[in-house]
Design a protein around this ligand. Structure first.
Ligand SMILES: [Zn+2]
Length: 427
């Protein structure tokens, strides 16, 4: 009994410390920073375009000074030189830098991040890293919370929203929004049904299934003038809420939006941390960018597995485990350990799933004979091929939700990685 009391007192004291540290530095408000990332293969720049604020902070109030994952870029808020909040991300701009177009053209991309609103003056440092994990561009911006030019955001009162799933208080849960893209006013009921399918699909997968109470899913009925989304290869351009289009980087099935500020304007003042955009089309495609957004098509027959796969990217920071035979060393050079938890180049395998591996596992692990999904997903190993490369990159299981649409779940390594993130955000 005494032991229990001592433990309780200690636990309460710890809770006090955690709660105090958030309110020491931050108000219960959100600071939105709109950045522009610009440049080309050789030279990159970061600029601040605008600061905004809204009431309520719906991100984490724990582990404030640690990164959830390394990502392809990091943001650090510093008060008198001390890191008081940190987060990480990936961006479409950095992906574009790996394309041939970036060796010939210079472009700019919008990027928006939400941070807790500081009580006192702070420096916000953002950096972009390359595939060798070297910082290639960095910007520090001094924030004065009393700056009269920080625009107060207003909620979109006419916009229809609906909770699809409510696990608890938005200030304690992980808040996911599902946003309509390419749905007209009269198609909004279809959108809300599609959002329910997306939510069901997510919760049909571990580790989300056992952690429903830690998530809220809010559907946001953004209205588009036109029905459907833009398909450039067919010459079809539509007027939609988020101006998304297929053929990103000239890849037919790659569906993204470059209008990130519009996306966050649609979501103004709502409780959200992670974004899923559903496109009203039966074309196949999508994309998912870590701590940015997932975008997928709602009426293709593969909608259910694809939306979960893309959320694996945008929420879990998971890499694609599929690969092409003719592509080498573009994204994962052999001298650098990838930051994504489900791939390794063996540079620092200790930081990955080595602890889950039976002793004497062969590296590379031989491909198992094709068997039932259940058996294939039991055999953890170090299988060569992943991250679009057939050589030099290894994945943990023969198959996974991050490799093909035909299986029913994430491999155990992907599950563990996402469970760690859920705990990081909520404990
Ligand atoms: Zn996996």
């Amino acid at each position: 009994m005494k032991r229990f009391l001592i433990f309780s007192a200690f636990f309460l004291a710890m809770q006090g410390i955690v709660a105090q540290s958030f309110s020491d530095y931050f108000e219960d408000k959100t600071l939105r920073i709109d950045y522009t990332f610009s440049g080309n293969h050789d030279l990159q720049h970061i600029e601040v375009s605008e600061l905004k604020k809204s009431d309520g902070w719906y991100g984490r109030r724990h582990n404030l000074d640690s990164l959830p994952l390394r990502g392809n870029g990091q943001i650090y808020m510093k008060h008198k030189g001390k890191v008081v909040y940190a987060t990480s991300f990936s961006s479409l701009f950095q992906e574009w830098l790996t394309t041939e177009e970036s060796t010939k053209a210079t472009k700019s991309f919008e990027n928006t991040f939400l941070l807790p609103f500081p009580k006192d003056e702070m420096d916000v440092t953002i950096n972009l890293t390359n595939t060798h994990n070297k910082v290639v561009s960095e910007l520090t911006y001094h924030i004065n919370p009393k700056d009269i030019l920080i625009r107060q955001m207003k909620p979109n009162k006419e916009q229809k929203t609906r909770y699809i799933h409510k696990g608890g208080d938005p200030k304690e849960c992980i808040d996911v929004v599902i946003v309509a893209e390419g749905y007209t006013e009269s198609e909004l009921e279809t959108f809300f049904k599609d959002a329910e399918i997306a939510s069901e699909s997510l919760f049909a997968h571990a580790p989300f299934s056992a952690n429903k109470s830690k998530f809220n899913i809010l559907a946001v009925g953004a209205v588009s003038k036109d029905s459907g989304v833009s398909i450039p290869r067919l010459g079809q351009w539509k007027n939609t809420a988020l101006s998304s289009h297929f053929s990103t980087f000239y890849s037919d099935r790659y569906l993204t939006t470059l209008h990130i500020k519009d996306l966050h304007d649609v979501l103004a003042c709502l409780p959200y941390e992670h974004i899923i955009i559903l496109a009203n089309t039966d074309e196949y495609g999508g994309g998912g960018i870590y701590n940015s957004y997932t975008l997928t098509t709602a009426h293709h027959e593969q909608f259910r597995p694809v939306v979960v796969h893309e959320f694996g990217h945008s929420f879990g920071g998971l890499a694609d485990e599929y690969f092409y035979d003719d592509q080498f060393e573009t994204q994962y050079p052999s001298d650098t350990e990838p930051w994504e938890p489900n791939l390794t180049t063996l540079v620092d395998f200790d930081s990955k799933w080595k602890d889950m591996l039976p002793k004497k596992t062969k590296i590379p692990t031989p491909i198992p004979p094709l068997d039932t999904e259940e058996n294939l997903m039991k055999k953890i190993g170090v299988y060569e091929g992943g991250g679009y490369q057939s050589k030099g990159v290894y994945r943990p299981f023969y198959t996974c939700r991050m490799k093909v649409n035909e299986v029913s779940r994430f491999c155990n390594v992907c599950q563990r990685a996402m469970l760690r993130l859920i705990d990081f955000y909520t404990k």
